[in-house]
Design a binder for this molecule. Sequence first.
Ligand code: AMP
Length: 294
Amino acid sequence: MKAACASQAGGGLECVFDRQALARAVDVFHARGERVALVPTMGGLHAGHLSLIDVARRHAERVIVSIYVNPAQFAAGEDFDRYPRDLEADRARLAAAGADLLFAPDDAAIYPHGLRAALKLAAPPALAGTLCGLSRPGHFDGVLTVVARLFNLVRPAVAVFGEKDYQQLLIVEYLARDLGYPLEIIRAPLIRDHDGLALSSRNVYLEAAERQAALALPQALEAAARALTGRLSERIAECERQGWAALIEAGLEPEYFTVRDAGDLGLPRPDRPWRILAAARAGRTRLIDNLAVP
Ligand code: AMP
């Protein structure tokens, strides 16, 4: 895989695997005065990921996409082993989408002392101890641990994250502020399939009936957003109850369906934006989705 990627470096999209090669490529961009945007991903690329490249392009002359399935953010028993991995297919998609460089680090490039011995970051409990953090303890610690390393290695002026992973986005914004990274975090809108399902690398796990059932997730969010338009606080509890019931009715196993403050994920307050967030399982596949309250 690596040899194939490297051998085509001149013809297709250039792909680097280690710290030194990445540093050389970034130095060349910087020497030309070009701003670098980073789009971190775990691969299994779809149109949602590619939309992040379009956003990145509006903020920088060079777009570096990273692909790394980060073991630190998967708990035992989660889907680390079966997560979709096809570097050459992803690389072709990135070339067509106009990325400038693919950083596909090996484990040593991210965790040179090994994962167990690596310095770890702890996500702020107020943001990480709720929603996905409840069913995936340690997940956001793992996300921050890898994102900080990617920031250090790529040295981007901007980094683009999707609103698909809304809680992650807020936690990464916190990281950049808290540690004073000299970069800007750019939010990219959530991209959906033609039928409304949020695009996700994990959608490939879904069997036909599960995929059909999964549509209840965006539909329930839409219904709640409609009912809450104008932000009628007295309707929140009922909307949450109905959303939960709609997921069960469709055969999904809901994990949460909740209206939160869009800035800190606390209880919604009348004078601030709200976000409706949901997670549910369709069979073995865990799905997340969210929507702004108009
Ligand atoms: P992942 O490969 O799942 O770790 O995602 C990499 C980046 O792509 C994250 O910033 C995600 O929020 C973003 N992303 C994934 N799916 C979508 C989507 N459907 N729409 C917008 N951004 C997405």
